[in-house]
Design a protein around this ligand. Structure first.
Ligand code: MSP
Length: 505
């Protein structure tokens, strides 16, 4: 990755047509993990989310609920913003598409497309899925929602998407990391190469619930254009400083069902508006229950993430999804697997390591260890080198969005230290200097371990670092390979008694 000092990370803006569920939380967990990673690396990071509040789907759902659309979306939007607080996710902005600043940006965005000569008026006739807010050219049933498509025939403004086909192919081919994982990139490329792109219908007369097309009050702007532009409006006005500074370093975290909107429509729209493209699209798969996508249109699949955190804690839940899913693939959710994995990794392995280390340390060195020697024994150097190699591998995995591998490296590092304890049996070391040097070495390794764990389990890591008498949050100061056995850098270490880091579930 080629990064400057700023990072802009986005989650999709979630439809305010229903209450949040576990599927929504998943994409946001991934984005939160990267926010913490970049912060620990010293970047200035903004993470935004929000709610998508216009369009026919919202209008219909609120009517079905016998509620005014305004009060309906207010409640749903509040549920989403509350959810992120309850899940321990720190957003820097939460954009609602009904907000005045968003509406004026969308109008400005539309005018730019118009000035470029990319908008014309025509007529659309086709099959529409209101749930997806999308026309389909094939079949009579929506492939995502498995509901019959509705026949629409309406006057519409069009965007000259077809003019951008080759430019899109060139961009994706020249930037292999633009869409990750590569399976999704290949999917977009074959979509672009297999058929001629049609121009995109970008206004609707079938709903009033949206942002009016400038100078044509019969039309509202297509909800997907409105929604995508929220990534910009969350930063501020189009000609503002934040867009200039952050926009070129944008990573959109999205689910696979909204890939074409982000990988085809969005880049073309941005080019037309004279803006840069985001640096990257990171595409996750779906969470399913007994093979069915968790979705509000299938109420039996709905799982409330907050009720799960009552068992696992916020960190536990986040850790589970980041570790259990290979990014891009689907995961069939099973509570017994969740509990099994958390007990094995966080309670038995990571948590146990800290409690036995801290107990032993306090017992023998309640005032801390001040190491005299500058040179460590070969055995201790070996541990440091092994942990250092883990750190390097961890960073490589994270940079490639191999989150489950990164989490495995984190927990393998804890296992490695537990194994070292088993092998060295420090409670049997009679020589005080030797014991001090070993515990000092493990302390260094645990500091590294907290760095690796931070983006997955930040709250637990804060406590763990408290136990190691280290500051929070952690910082990746130097490349990890630097832990090379020199005791000169930091000779004094101390620990403090802490509660169990992750009690067995
Ligand atoms: N409002 C649009 C996004 C506009 S972004 C400019 C939308 N909203 S959504 O609420 O339907 O979905 C938002 C995100 O949640 C998508 O990335 C979608 O993939 C994700 N998920 C919704 N259900 C999901 C699962 N069951 N599993 C994983 N992610 C899922 O689309």
């Amino acid at each position: 990755m080629n990064l400057t000092s700023r990072q802009y990370l986005t989650t999709p803006i979630y439809y305010a047509s229903g209450s949040p569920h576990l599927g929504h939380a998943y994409t946001t967990f991934v984005a939160d993990c990267y926010k913490r990673y970049y912060q620990a690396c010293g970047y200035e990071v903004l993470l935004t989310s929000g709610t998508d509040e216009h369009g026919q789907k919202i209008e219909r759902t609120s009517a079905k609920n016998n509620e005014s659309t305004e009060s309906f979306i207010q409640k749903r939007s509040d549920e989403f913003s509350r959810l992120w607080i309850d899940l321990g996710i720190e957003l820097d902005a939460f954009q609602r598409t009904s907000s005045p600043e968003h509406k004026s940006l969308v109008v400005e965005f539309w005018k730019r497309l118009q000035q470029k000569g990319d908008i014309y008026k025509g007529h659309y006739e086709g099959l529409y899925c209101v749930e997806c807010e999308q026309y389909f050219t094939e079949g009579d049933q929506c492939p995502v929602h498995r509901k019959p498509l509705e026949h629409y025939s309406e006057e519409s403004y069009f965007f000259r998407l077809s003019a951008y086909q080759q430019k899109l192919i060139d961009h994706i081919e020249k930037h292999p990391d633009f869409i990750v994982p590569s399976t999704r990139r290949n999917e977009v490329l074959s979509f672009l190469k297999s058929s001629g792109l049609h121009d995109l219908s970008i206004s609707r007369t079938s709903t009033r619930w949206g942002i009016q097309v400038p100078d044509d009050s019969r039309h509202v702007i297509y909800v997907w254009i409105d929604a995508l532009a929220a990534y910009l409006s969350a930063l501020g006005p189009l000609d503002g400083k934040e867009i200039e500074e952050y926009w070129p370093n944008t990573t959109h975290f999205i689910g696979k069902d909204i890939l074409i909107f982000h990988a085809v429509y969005w880049p073309a729209l941005l080019w037309s508006a004279g803006l840069d493209l985001p640096r990257q699209l990171v595409v996750n798969g779906w969470l399913t229950v007994e093979g069915r996508k968790i979705s509000k249109s299938d109420p039996e699949t709905i799982i409330d993430p907050v009720s799960l955190t009552e068992i696992t804690g916020c960190d536990g839940l986040k850790y589970y999804f980041l570790k259990a899913v290979k990014l891009g693939q689907d995961l069939d959710f099973r509570k017994d697997h969740l509990i099994e994995l958390l007990n094995a990794d966080l309670a038995n392995n990571f948590g146990n390591l800290f409690s036995r280390f801290i107990k032993l340390f306090i017992k023998h060195f309640p005032d801390g260890i001040d190491l005299d020697t500058q040179i460590l024994s070969t055995a201790n150097q070996h541990i440091l080198t092994a942990v250092s190699a883990k750190r390097a591998a961890f960073i490589r995995a994270l940079e490639k969005y191999e989150l489950s591998i990164a989490a495995r490296i984190f927990i393998d590092t804890a296992a490695l230290l537990n194994a070292s304890f088993q092998q060295r049996e420090p409670w049997k070391i009679a020589n005080r200097e030797e014991l001090a040097e070993y515990l000092w070495t493990v302390h260094q390794c645990l500091e590294t371990l907290t760095l690796l764990g931070y983006c997955f389990i930040p709250g637990i890591i804060e406590n763990a670092r408290g136990g190691l008498n280290l500051g929070n949050p952690p910082v990746f100061k130097e490349p990890l390979g630097d832990v090379n056995g020199s005791a000169a850098k930091k000779s004094g270490v101390k620990v403090r008694g802490i509660e169990s880091l992750f009690p067995r579930l």
